[in-house]
Ligand binder design. Sequence first.
Ligand SMILES: Cc1ncc(COP(=O)(O)O)c(C=O)c1O
Length: 431
Amino acid sequence: MTIKGLDGAANSAAAAHKPAHFKLENLIRPNILSLEPYRCARDDYQSGILLDANENSLGHSLPPNSVIPHNPGSSNGATPVQSTEADDPLSLNRYPDPGLFGIKDAVAELRGVPNDAFVFLGVGSDEVLDLVQRVCCRPGKDKILICPPTYGMYSVCAAVNDLEVVKVPLITEGGKFALDVEAVNKKLAEDPDIKIAFICSPGNPTGTLIPPIDVRQVLDNPAFKGLVVVDEAYIDFAEEEKRMGKRPAEEIVSAVSLVHEYQNLMVTQTLSKAFGLAAIRLGIAFAQPPLVQIMNNTKAPYNISSPTAHLASLALSTKGIAQMRENVQTLIRNRDQLISALQTLPGAGAILGANEANFVLVQMLDLETRSKPDNDVAQMVYKRMAEEMGLVVRNRAKDLGCAGCLRITVGTEEENKRCIELMKGLLEGGK
Ligand SMILES: Cc1ncc(COP(=O)(O)O)c(C=O)c1O
């Protein structure tokens, strides 16, 4: 297979050969497979008088003394393009450094993949989810598979890309939301037009981790020639539970552990959740180098901005990771308190899912008998809290298996207390 721009040595040293039934070049759309990686003069020459890229030679137009963070220098292995402006440490008038300040290396090290050739960076994981559909699926012909209730963007991207969405629900009985491996594999075997199966782990809005052992069963399905994408936006909450002794230390929670083995796997993550950097829009995909190269060949040049790369490199420093872990531990403790409070709140019903992320999915019960989940009550609580009390949660009552459910993001202790107080008032006061 020739993937344009792929470093042959890195690829042959790193690439997996499993599973035998998968051929990347048969999956990728031919027009995408023939793309050359974007190249510019800056790939070859980064210093001197730079008159190659039609940038603004006078510098940026921000007012004097605007606060701009300092670049991280070469301490993490990258040398950003130098600025001639003293007040422009990020060289904002220049296109971003394609080396991305070493953040791919930092991410590879953090997640334990061999090197940066296994890492793709996107504008949030939302860009990755869209791009992977674009490289694999022919508009108007191909399909994706999702497992509802799940994150809405898989279907939004499918609509944009003119792809049909095939649904195989999670096993919703008992509110556990396990992957129905058998049904997924059956559907994938029946329909060769399905090119990608999306698995969300921990799920949104379910909060339930899908064990890598289940993912492996889909990867090994010889009748499925497509790609499995595991969306791990919330994985750090499950990872941290191990460090806190809340789950076995030896448990493998992330499907990144399978990336070195399987060519038909992509795992997406993000700095938007555990790292608390939703504003910078940095999403990550882990996959074997040929697929990463194809994604790189297809993306817009310079999709990651210098301010984003700079802030991400700080977040991925040793201190940044320690801070992230501390914050996640605090959120896990707050989540457990929130769950306890909801469990004793009259009018609140079952807490669904496994609570392995930074939100809780809780049923609102009917006001008369308090015996069954009630969508009207969920809507009433949702609307009145938002409109009259200034506290916004998410109404997920219409999602499959989530009747009467609100999804509450874990807040600070005070925010959570306030949420419980308001819900108590509304559930006692009725309509
Ligand atoms: C499951 C899941 N995946 C992806 C995303 C999007 O993440 P990003 O901010 O990286 O685009 C979200 C955001 O809520 C999410 O819940």
